[in-house]
Design a protein around this ligand. Structure first.
Ligand SMILES: CC(C)(COP(=O)(O)OP(=O)(O)OC[C@H]1O[C@@H](n2cnc3c(N)ncnc32)[C@H](O)[C@@H]1OP(=O)(O)O)[C@@H](O)C(=O)NCCC(=O)NCCS
Length: 153
């Protein structure tokens, strides 16, 4: 019997070279995607920007802002065809580990009320809802609230 060995997906620092692939995914995933400028600014600001590669293919990415004692998740995304295979959880777990190492005491993020997968991912990790930002997200000519989730580290 023979087995085909696939490399384990790798989490790596995002660089400017990744931006075309990141932007292509971002546009597929979100109706109101981040711009190239948003990602460039995040890289230049020194935010913790990571990508996930499965072999040669970029299948996910995340952006985490780290302050003195707080971490704030700004973006967490997995390509549609790669969702539901543990990559989102692995990325979130990585980011929480980084936040702890850097001495953050609390990890914040926003999620749309309509985002069932995101809400379940965060709730399953122990995040709890601590507030609502009214009209935070664009949505079909209107605005959608954001649920603010937090995890004590
Ligand atoms: C949310 C997202 C990052 C999750 O990543 P993923 O790789 O698909 O998720 P995982 O396979 O790691 O699953 C982790 C948990 O998320 C939840 N989840 C994932 N997909 C789900 C779905 N389709 N429906 C409901 N819950 C889901 C489950 O709780 C799951 O845990 P379980 O497998 O024990 O049930 C991904 O779906 C995504 O990129 N969505 C579009 C962008 C987005 O919404 N980003 C978050 C913005 S706040």
């Amino acid at each position: 019997m023979s087995a085909v060995l696939r490399p384990v997906p790798q989490i790596a620092p995002m660089t400017e070279r990744d931006l075309d692939a990141v932007l292509a995914l971002e546009k597929k995933i979100y109706p109101y995607p981040w711009t190239a400028g948003n990602f460039r600014d995040s890289l230049r600001a020194g935010y913790h920007c990571r990508v996930v590669f499965d072999a040669e293919e970029l299948i996910g990415y995340a952006v985490l802002m780290l302050g003195a004692s707080e971490a704030h998740l700004l973006n967490l995304s997995v390509a549609g065809h790669a969702q539901g295979r543990g990559h989102g959880r692995a990325l979130l777990s990585h980011l929480i580990g980084v936040a702890r190492e850097r001495g953050a005491h609390v990890f914040f993020l926003e999620v749309r009320p309509s985002n069932e997968a995101g809400r379940r991912l965060y709730a399953g990790y122990g995040f709890s809802q601590m507030g609502v930002r009214r009209g935070y997200y664009p949505a079909d000519g209107k605005r959608e609230d954001a649920l603010v989730f937090a995890l004590d580290l």
